[in-house]
Ligand binder design. Structure first.
Ligand code: AMP
Length: 463
């Protein structure tokens, strides 16, 4: 869970990258960084917090040059410390390299151990640094070749951008787990996790990088290379369910349309005897609209979100997350009182949010609360870049639907089925990763990586 943006051959590169990151803020709010290249020197600025807080005019003026990449980070690997904030910049025999990464490698620990035994000194605990070490050990005249040698060794999810002396390089793993888009900003190639970043810049969406594609952009020229193919892509369909912004296009589908279709499918699969449909903002908005249209029930904004609080779940500290649920949402009593409410959200992870929201809606006078979720029960952790807790903290891994219903305190609880969900996106069902629901990890996860607890959970959270 990170947002990446890059632009090549534009005199305002750092300013535009800043704007691109601003549009990708929802993909990570923990730290952000920008790197620029001015033809002779790499400049880097990083900080903890949100994009607009870090990059003031003065900071941006320290990023000259017409090649820039930027990153908003939400740690899925390594700690949230400043040392792990990206971009990571190193000096190599091929010149300076700056790298940013969205995704999660699944064999980096084994490679790191091997490299450390051979004398490598790592500066961060981030999986991304492994790629740089592999590159530094395999220098080539063409830097892209060195990158491709490194990428043939790493496994897992990566959408990458690199600033090098020879150009801006973009790469997407052969499975295509995470999105990466190519745009055109007044003739300058640009790259972004999601197309909403191009909209802000007035750039045109050209296409998505293909799974396994590596692109070198230099000035306005782009050259494309291919990593060894895998039989089938495994694109993360949770991007469509929750993570991407609804005004983005991801994996060839407008996210808004996929979410509308999910809500409609949910209404067909699991209708509810109710008076109104209420979305959990913002994650349930489009699915709720789809549900209300299909069920022919009025959509009411019965929960109001305070937009000045970040995504609750996205804070890696449990104490902040708990507090966040309370300060983030408030019910509108006049809309809810005396009504039978269908509450729509995209997912239940630990069950803490849903439980609080159901309680809140009931306290506001709802006669009945029916919870509908626009994806299947999240029963397995993601090892490919979405931050989820380990199995013992995933409520659906420990309890069946009836037990979860009782835990959250709703009259009824239903989830969208997996075939129902896959019917809402345009790709073939086998071309998506569904591991968080099915437990099918189609790219093997290194043994030593499985038990990784991404952030500490207090046990009283999960009753
Ligand atoms: P929980 O209280 O753990 O059940 O959290 C459920 C809420 O977190 C839902 O409103 C989801 O929209 C949201 N959510 C689901 N997965 C994630 C994730 N990986 N990161 C951030 N938020 C998430």
């Amino acid at each position: 869970m990170c947002g990446i943006f890059g632009i090549e051959g534009h005199e305002d590169a750092a300013n535009l990258a800043y704007l691109g990151l601003y549009a990708l803020q929802h993909r990570g709010q923990e730290s952000a960084g920008l790197v620029s290249w001015d033809g002779s020197t790499v400049h880097v600025e990083r900080g903890m917090g949100q994009v607009a807080d870090i990059f003031k005019e003065k900071v941006l003026s320290r990023l000259p040059g017409n090649r820039a990449i930027g990153h908003t980070r939400y740690s899925t690997s390594g700690t949230s410390a400043m040392a792990n904030a990206q971009p990571i910049v190193v000096k190599t025999s091929m010149g300076p390299l700056g790298i940013i990464h969205n995704g999660n490698l699944v064999n980096d620990r084994a490679i790191r151990q091997e490299l450390e035994q051979e004398g490598s000194i790592f500066q961060t605990t981030s999986d991304t640094e492994v790629i740089l070490h592999l590159m530094a050990r395999n220098p080539r005249e063409e830097i892209v070749e060195s990158l491709m040698v490194a990428l043939e060794r790493v496994e897992g999810a990566y959408s990458l951008l690199l600033v090098t002396e020879q150009g801006l390089i973009a790469a997407r793993d052969p499975h295509g787990f995470r999105p990466l888009m190519i745009g055109d900003c007044q003739g300058s190639p640009c790259f972004a996790s999601e197309s909403c970043a191009f909209d802000l810049l007035g750039a045109r969406l050209v296409r998505e990088l293909k799974p396994g594609e590596v692109v070198v952009a230099r000035g306005s020229v782009m050259e494309s290379f291919r990593l060894p193919r895998v039989p089938e892509p495994t694109r993360c369909v949770f991007e469509q369910v929750y993570f991407a912004r609804p005004d983005s296009e991801v994996f060839g589908d407008p996210v808004s349309e996929s979410r509308l279709a999910m809500g409609m499918a949910l209404a067909r699969e699991s209708p509810a005897e109710a008076d109104i449909v209420v979305p959990v903002p913002d994650s349930g908005l489009f699915a709720a609209l789809g549900f209300s249209r299909e069920a022919d029930l009025p959509l009411e904004f019965g929960l109001i979100r305070n937009h000045y609080v970040g995504r609750t779940f996205i804070e890696p500290k449990q104490s902040i997350r708990n507090f966040g649920v309370k300060i983030k949402l408030n019910p509108v009593r006049g809309l809810i009182e005396g009504r039978r409410v269908v509450l729509i959200d995209d997912s239940i992870v630990r069950g803490t949010t849903s439980r609080k929201i159901v309680g809140m809606v009931r306290e506001a006078g709802a006669k009945e609360v029916h919870m509908r979720i626009s994806s299947p029960p999240t029963a397995y952790p993601c090892h490919y870049g979405i931050n989820t807790p380990t199995r013992d903290h995933l409520i659906a891994a420990q309890h069946d639907v009836e037990e979860i219903r009782r835990h959250i305190g709703a009259e009824s609880l239903e989830y969208l089925s997996l075939p129902g969900l896959l019917g809402c996106v345009s790709g073939a069902p086998e071309s998506y990763c569904t591991a968080c629901w099915s437990g099918e990890y189609r790219v093997a996860v290194g043994k030593d990586q499985c038990q990784q607890e991404l952030f500490p959970i207090r046990t009283e959270e999960v009753e």
